[in-house]
Ligand binder design. Sequence first.
Ligand code: DU
Ligand code: SF4
Length: 245
Amino acid sequence: PSMTALDAHLVGCRACPRLVAWREDVARERRAAFRDEDYWGRPVPGFGDPAARVVVVGLAPAAHGANRTGRMFTGDRSGDFLFAAMHRTGFANQPTSVAADDGLELRGIRVTAPVRCAPPANKPTPEERRRCAPYLARELELVGSGVRVAVALGGIGWQALLTTLAEQGWEVPRPRPAFAHGAEVTLARSGPGDDGVTEAAGAAAAPTLTVLGCFHVSQQNTFTGRLTPPMLDAVLLRARELARG
Ligand code: DU
Ligand code: SF4
């Protein structure tokens, strides 16, 4: 199955009744208020380079951001903050992100989320998070073995990533490392590996995957100065450095 097929399946998903109602209510109300505004009101696929070495994992679409435009992080202040940083650090061809047809392209990076429908108050339930998890898992599989760095924007993305990566055969330490801004956890492939010969032969080539923690780009963090542009730039530049190695 291709990314296109995964996205086609995703955008038709109605598995979470509470989120389906919310995403559609918001869209209906807005369409009524602004007659000619197209409002997506559906699950939101990942966006960017399909063969990215760096994957950024947020939380969920914003009711009036990605839930409106249909493109991850697009059309609200969180996205403005994120894509401006990607542009400064050479991952994006332009600093702004206003609509799905605005010409934005990402190089070497991809943005996605562990929950694909806008949740009320940006708070998905544990059950909704569990239900949506396979979409992130499939997406990471399709991006494939080239992924070297996963940036978690906030604690929910962090937990979702570590769970998914553990399921996909990465050695996640126990107890599980806690989320923090600037946290950096490098994972090796788990596997047979106990056999000294295989280990020696594979050691040089064995790829690792590093998970980086970063405060989420929500206005709660960016307006208060908890997350500043230089802080986000530093995380993205660290991701670029790790992706090169
Ligand atoms: O049609 P496509 O090449 O699969 O691109 C779909 C979508 O993804 C388009 O809006 C550009 C974007 N994209 C990107 O941002 N970076 C890439 O490397 C490839 C595609
Ligand atoms: Fe489907 Fe995920 Fe949306 Fe739930 S949150 S309805 S699982 S796409």
